[in-house]
Design a protein around this ligand. Structure first.
Ligand code: T4K
Length: 398
């Protein structure tokens, strides 16, 4: 344990962990099951193009979520692009700026303008009260993002979308295994998009899916992800190559078998962080709604520098030196990244909550590679830092 500030790795001490502790370390399921599937795949000699594992994975995801269709693709960014195109969004689409850049890029990639809306500081999701004033004659849709698996205010968004005849989509990249009013995320709006990236709660190496109850939309998406082919030698629609491969589906199926174990471990980790950080002033752990199902995949802290006397960025630097690779998702907000920063230089004025949150937020490691012993080492370090902010500042100033 650290007893003096010279023990901190940033000042030359030995790092708390000998190996890097990452946010987003993959949750791996049963290795034997996965390898068996790979053998089956090789025996069958069927590697991609809607093979048996892809079909099984889609069916199992649809069943788990209670949604009619799951169209799996190679990643969630492509899933967003396809869903946006299949829903015929054009002109302007309202999204939060507090999201991963992919939500904005999926629109701009097809020359649709993302219009950035502010968030609710408690839920970190798009603030429905701020949407209506952003609607223009060019607006065709809204994309809500269930950040950290915390569902958006779906009810309010649905009402606004209906009232203004807008399409409603959800970027549910973080929300596999989460529910809203008791119903699994996946069947809300016109379509929802899941990510199965390696860093996500449930991974298929790379992967994503569009889930929907709309038969026509699902049919269109299946064409679109496979160049528009309808049977051999017959293209009936514009398409691309968005297909998920068999090896990814094999990983996805294996992950799916361990979903309850992942939730249990994440929940236990979350409770440990909660217990250890509960009385610390100026550090707030994001609270999940206990009435809903949740994957607890994200440990999100807000550092209030006015109370802690140490900035979020300094915290990240100190933790990183100790091999705790804390992350600043989603700093600085899409509106401050290119090309949006150039397109909308004053967007920040309309996004006060996004600006505040993106400067306070810090994510810590969880998942199957973490456990309460490691977490207590991290939280003890946080307490040590907070007890020594003056000495750290003095040493920095020397
Ligand atoms: N919408 C939202 C709201 C999203 O958050 C995302 C993705 C998307 C859409 C798009 O989904 P995909 O197209 O990716 O399916 C990471 C992920 O790459 C990205 O999927 C994720 N969101 C985002 C929040 O995080 P980076 O650029 O921060 O990744 P990187 O390489 O820094 O990895 C994160 C940490 O995970 C590192 O500290 C190392 C660790 N890691 C990573 C990988 C890949 C491992 O330990 N093992 C690994 O295999 O974006």
């Amino acid at each position: 344990l650290k007893t003096k500030i010279e023990d901190l790795a940033i000042f030359g001490g030995k790092p708390l962990f000998s190996e890097k502790q990452h946010v987003g370390r993959p949750n791996l399921g049963d290795r034997t099951q996965f390898l068996n599937r790979i053998n089956d795949m090789l025996d069958l000699n069927w590697l991609t193009n809607r093979g048996p594992f892809v079909k099984e994975f889609e069916q199992k995801i649809a069943d788990y979520l209670g949604v009619k269709h799951c169209v799996s693709v190679c990643n969630a960014t492509i899933a967003l692009e396809l869903a946006i195109r299949a829903l015929e969004l054009t002109g302007e689409v309202i999204i939060p700026s507090f999201t991963f850049i992919a939500t904005a890029h999926a629109l701009q990639w097809q020359e649709i303008t993302p219009v950035f809306c502010d968030i609710d500081p408690i839920t970190h999701t798009i603030d429905p009260d701020k949407i209506e004033s952003m609607i223009t004659p060019r607006t065709t849709g809204i994309i809500g993002v269930h950040v950290w698996g915390q569902p958006c205010n779906i009810e309010a968004l649905t009402t606004i979308a209906k009232k203004h005849n807008l399409k409603l989509m959800f970027d549910a990249a973080h929300a596999m295994g989460c529910s809203y009013q008791g119903k699994m995320i996946g069947s809300f709006g016109d379509a929802e998009v899941l990510s199965f990236h390696a860093t996500k709660f449930l991974n298929s190496f790379e992967g994503g899916a569009i889930v929907t109850n709309n038969d026509e939309l699902a049919e269109k998406l299946i064409l679109m992800e496979n160049f528009g082919f309808s049977g051999l030698d017959n293209v009936i629609y514009i398409g691309t190559n968005g297909k998920m491969s068999e090896v990814c589906a094999a990983m996805g199926l294996t992950s799916l078998e361990s979903i309850n174990e992942f939730i249990e471990i994440n929940h236990q980790n979350y409770q440990c962080y909660q217990q250890e950080l509960k009385d610390i002033k100026g550090i707030k752990l994001f609270t999940y709604n206990q009435q809903e199902q949740c994957n607890y995949q994200y440990i999100v802290l807000e550092i209030d520098e006015e109370i802690t006397n140490i900035s979020r960025d300094k915290f990240v630097d100190i933790l990183t030196a100790e091999n705790i690779i804390a992350r600043r998702y989603f700093y600085p907000g899409c509106h401050r990244m290119q090309p949006y920063k150039s397109y909308f230089p004053h967007a920040g004025l309309l996004l006060p909550e996004t600006e505040k949150l993106s400067n306070k937020v810090m994510l810590l490691p969880t998942g199957v590679n973490m456990n309460p012993d490691k977490i207590i080492k991290i939280t003890d370090l946080i307490k040590f830092i907070l007890d020594n902010t003056c000495s750290i500042a003095n040493k920095d100033n020397k």
